[in-house]
Design a binder for this molecule. Structure first.
Ligand SMILES: [Zn+2]
Length: 210
């Protein structure tokens, strides 16, 4: 999931106005910002199918640190702690791990059964409801979810920007739901897909927080 994650950040900044929007966006993106770095380092593994651009055909072989509920939330707690000291805002310590955990729960809806629960057990339970198997439904569902939450919770002055940004980024991500191209243009090399993920999340956070 991509833009759907950002919607949760708007709920949190609505509930806790002292949390800056960029911090909330960083929190919901934390697993997908950590993931490319760990793939570069060879710690986590993904297999991108060059014959298919669809997200359902990505094979997340191993990603316990970035995408398990328990271990990745613990890492978010450490990162959130550092951020809360840096920004002198103790609320961030508690809210940041919640934001990061929300990423896992939303990913469960769309991913195949590849999301680990604990992240540190050999006999870990892996979950995923596989909405990505129904590309069109997943595409529409994520967009409607984003729009409704944004309309309810986003600050009025940012509403047009966040609606436009969400729409543009969702359209940019369209091929991974609908399979318009036959091949995956991001399958070149080991790192192209992780780089695109990192760029996508980073760019959205920057543009939304300007
Ligand atoms: Zn993710």
């Amino acid at each position: 999931m991509f833009i759907g994650h950002f919607a949760i950040a708007y709920i949190i900044t609505y509930l806790y106005p002292s949390i800056p929007l960029w911090v909330a966006l960083l929190g919901v993106s934390f697993p997908d910002l950590l993931w490319p770095i760990l793939v570069f380092l060879g710690v986590e593994k993904v297999k991108v199918n060059s014959d298919s651009p669809l997200q359902k055909d990505l094979k997340f072989i191993n990603y316990p640190y970035s995408h398990s509920l328990v271990l990745s939330t613990m890492l978010a707690f450490i990162f959130g702690g550092a951020l809360s000291i840096l920004l002198n805002n103790s609320l961030i310590l508690f809210v940041f791990p919640i934001l990061s955990a929300s990423h896992w729960f939303l990913d469960v809806i769309v991913h195949q059964k590849d999301l680990p629960l604990l992240g540190f057990s050999k006999r870990d339970i892996k979950v995923g409801l596989g909405l990505w198997n129904y590309g069109k439904v997943a595409f529409i569902t994520e967009y409607i979810f984003y729009i409704i939450i944004t309309l309810i919770f986003a600050p009025t002055n940012l509403l047009p920007l966040l609606l436009i940004l969400g729409t543009i980024f969702h359209i940019l991500n369209m091929n991974s739901f609908l399979g318009i191209t036959k091949n995956n243009i991001f399958a070149k090399g080991k790192y192209t897909y992780p780089i695109i993920t990192l760029l996508g999340f980073t760019l959205f956070i920057i543009l939304a927080s300007l």
